[in-house]
Design a protein around this ligand. Structure first.
Ligand code: AMP
Length: 471
C-alpha cells in the first residue's frame, strides 16, 4: 500500500478524527483529504513540477505536502526563518518551481496555499507523473551551497511501511503524537508518516511554546501526548525539568529518538523517569529517507553495552554493511543522487542504490553502531552542518582574506560550540557577523568569531585545526 492510500483509508473510515493540529488549528482526516484533493487539482494546472512549501506548523503545510503527492508533483519544505538570501539560492537550485506559502507574509511571486483550495470545475486531469520525486529536502553542503536531496515516492512509501511496522512504535489508533522537527528536516518525515499512516493525531507546537522545558511539559501534558518523535537534544532539554517524569506525563509511552547520538546517560535518565517507556534509537541520513534502522533501548541493553547501538540489522529498512569502517546503505530506502546531479557517495551495487554515509561504524551481532564521522560534518543541536559550508560562506564575504571554522567537542564527542577564525582585509567581526546573519540560518552561525593575523598551518601547509582548537 502507498502512503497516500493509507491516509485515504483513514479519511474514509475516520473522517472526523484529528489528523493534524498546528498553529492553533486542527484538521480532521476528512478535511485533510478534501483539501489535498482540491489543492492537487489546482497544482496540476501549473507546468512546474516542483513546489516550495514555505511555512511553519500551519495545517496548510500538511495539505501542501499531501496535495503535491496526489498531483504527482514534488514538494520542497522550507522554513519561514530561512534568511532571504538562502531562500533565493534554494529557489535558483530548484527552478523551475513555484513558491507556495502557508501564511500571508509578502514574498514576491508566492501563492497562498489557502487560495488554491477552492473547488475547481471538473476538468480532465492529466495523469500524475509518478516519476517525479516525492520531496526534496535541502541539507548543508560542504561546497558552500545547500544540497538538495530528492526522495522518490518509492523511497517514501517504503519508509512509511517500515516505520509503521516497527513493533515498539505500535499503539492503538488514535494515539496522540508530538512533532518536534521543522518540516524542512527529515526527522519530520518520520512523525508525519508514522502518525498519518497509522491513523494517529499529530500535534505540532509553536516554536516559542517549546523553547523551554516548562513550555514543552505544558504542551505535552495539555495534549496528553503518547508518542514523541525528536532528537536527543530535545530529550536533554526536557530532562532539565524535574517535572518531566511519568507522574506528570502519564500518557507518554513511546519516544522515537533520531538524528544524532543518543548518549547512555540521556537514555538512562529517561528510563529512570519513565520506567514503562518504549525508547527507540533510530538512525539514518536524509539521503536514505529519514531512518533505516532502529532499536528499542531497554535497561538490559543499557547494562550490556558500553555505547548504544543505533539499530538492529534484522529489521532494518535496507541492507546495512560496513566497508573500511564506513556505514554503507543499500536498497529501497536510498535516494538516487543529489538534485544538482552530484552522485558523491552514491553508486549502484548489483542494480541497487547504495550510499556511503560518511559515518564510521561497526556491526556486532545483530546491532549497528555509529562511531562518528569520517569528514567535517557535525550535528549541532540536532542540525546537520558541514563546517566547510560555513567556511565557504564566510570566505565569500567581501573583506575576508582567510577563514577556518572548527567545532569544539566534549569528551563524549558532542559538539559544544562552533568557532570561526578569520583574517580580515577590511571591516570588522561585527560587520562580518551581520553579513552572515543574512546568508546562513541562525544555527549555522558560529558562536564565536575571532580575528587573527593569520590562520595557523601545519608543516604541510594545511590549516592547523588542532592548534585552533586550543585557542
Ligand atoms: P540527517 O541527514 O540530518 O538526518 O543526518 C544524518 C546523520 O545524523 C547521520 O549520517 C549520522 O551522522 C547522524 N545520526 C542520525 N541518527 C543517529 C543516531 N541514532 N546516532 C548517531 N548518529 C546519528
Amino acid at each position: 500500500m502507498q502512503l497516500i492510500d493509507w491516509i485515504h483509508a483513514w479519511a474514509k473510515t475516520a473522517p472526523n478524527r484529528t489528523a493534524y493540529t498546528g498553529e492553533g488549528r486542527s484538521l480532521s482526516y476528512g478535511a485533510l483529504w478534501t483539501d489535498a484533493v482540491r489543492l492537487s487539482a489546482a497544482l496540476r494546472q501549473f507546468p512546474e513540477s516542483r513546489f516550495l512549501l514555505r511555512g511553519g506548523k500551519a495545517p496548510e503545510m500538511v495539505v501542501g505536502m499531501l496535495g503535491c503527492l496526489l498531483a504527482g508533483k514534488t514538494y520542497v519544505p522550507i522554513s519561514p526563518e530561512l534568511p532571504a538570501a538562502r531562500l533565493e539560492r534554494i529557489l535558483e537550485l530548484t527552478t523551475p518551481c513555484k513558491l507556495l506559502t502557508a501564511d500571508s507574509s509578502r514574498i514576491p511571486d508566492s501563492i497562498l496555499i489557502s487560495a488554491l483550495l477552492e473547488p475547481l470545475p471538473a476538468a480532465e486531469e492529466p495523469a500524475a507523473p509518478e516519476n517525479q520525486p516525492a520531496y526534496i529536502i535541502f541539507t548543508s553542503g560542504s561546497t558552500g551551497t545547500p544540497k538538495g536531496v530528492p526522495i522518490s515516492r518509492r523511497n517514501l512509501d517504503h519508509f512509511a511501511k517500515w516505520i509503521c511496522g516497527l513493533e515498539s512504535m505500535r499503539l492503538p489508533a488514535p494515539a496522540r503524537v508530538m512533532n518536534t522537527a521543522a518540516f524542512s528536516f527529515d526527522l519530520s518525515v518520520a512523525d508525519l508518516c508514522y502518525s498519518l499512516c497509522s491513523g494517529h493525531s499529530l500535534y505540532a507546537p509553536e516554536k516559542d511554546r517549546v523553547a523551554d522545558p516548562a513550555g514543552i511539559l505544558d504542551f505535552m501534558g495539555t495534549n496528553r501526548i503518547e508518542t514523541v518523535v525528536c532528537t536527543p537534544t530535545f530529550l536533554k532539554l526536557c530532562l532539565l525539568d524535574p517535572g518531566f517524569r511519568a507522574a506528570q506525563l502519564c500518557d507518554l509511552q513511546v519516544v522515537y529518538s533520531c538524528g544524532e547520538p543518543l548518549e547512555k546517560k540521556t537514555a538512562g535518565k529517561l528510563l529512570e523517569r519513565f520506567p514503562a517507556l518504549r525508547l527507540i534509537n533510530a538512525y539514518g541520513p536524509t539521503e536514505a529517507t529519514s531512518a533505516v534502522c532502529a532499536v528499542q533501548v531497554t535497561r538490559e541493553l543499557l547494562a550490556k553495552h558500553d555505547s548504544l547501538p543505533v539499530g538492529k540489522i534484522d529489521n532494518a529498512a535496507c541492507r546495512l554493511s560496513i566497508d573500511r569502517d564506513e556505514i554503507i546503505l543499500t536498497g529501497e530506502s536510498v535516494f538516487s543522487g543529489y538534485l544538482d546531479g552530484n552522485t558523491q557517495g552514491w553508486y549502484l551495487e548489483n542494480g541497487q542504490a547504495t550510499f556511503r554515509t560518511g559515518d564510521l561504524g561497526s556491526i556486532e551481532g545483530n546491532y549497528l553502531y555509529c562511531k562518528g564521522r569520517r569528514d567535517r560534518q557535525i550535528k549541532w543541536k540536532g542540525y546537520r552542518i558541514e563546517l566547510d559550508e560555513i567556511e565557504q560562506t564566510i570566505l565569500s564575504i567581501p573583506g575576508v582574506e582567510n577563514c577556518a571554522v572548527i567545532a569544539k567537542k566534549t569528551e563524549t564527542d558532542t559538539v559544544r560550540l562552533i568557532k570561526a577564525f578569520v583574517v580580515l582585509q577590511s571591516g570588522n567581526v561585527d560587520l562580518l557577523r551581520s553579513n552572515l546573519i543574512r546568508l546562513l540560518p541562525d544555527y549555522m552561525i558560529p558562536k564565536s568569531i575571532t580575528e587573527l593575523q593569520e590562520i595557523p598551518t601545519t608543516e604541510n601547509g594545511k590549516t592547523d585545526r588542532k592548534r585552533l582548537e586550543s585557542l
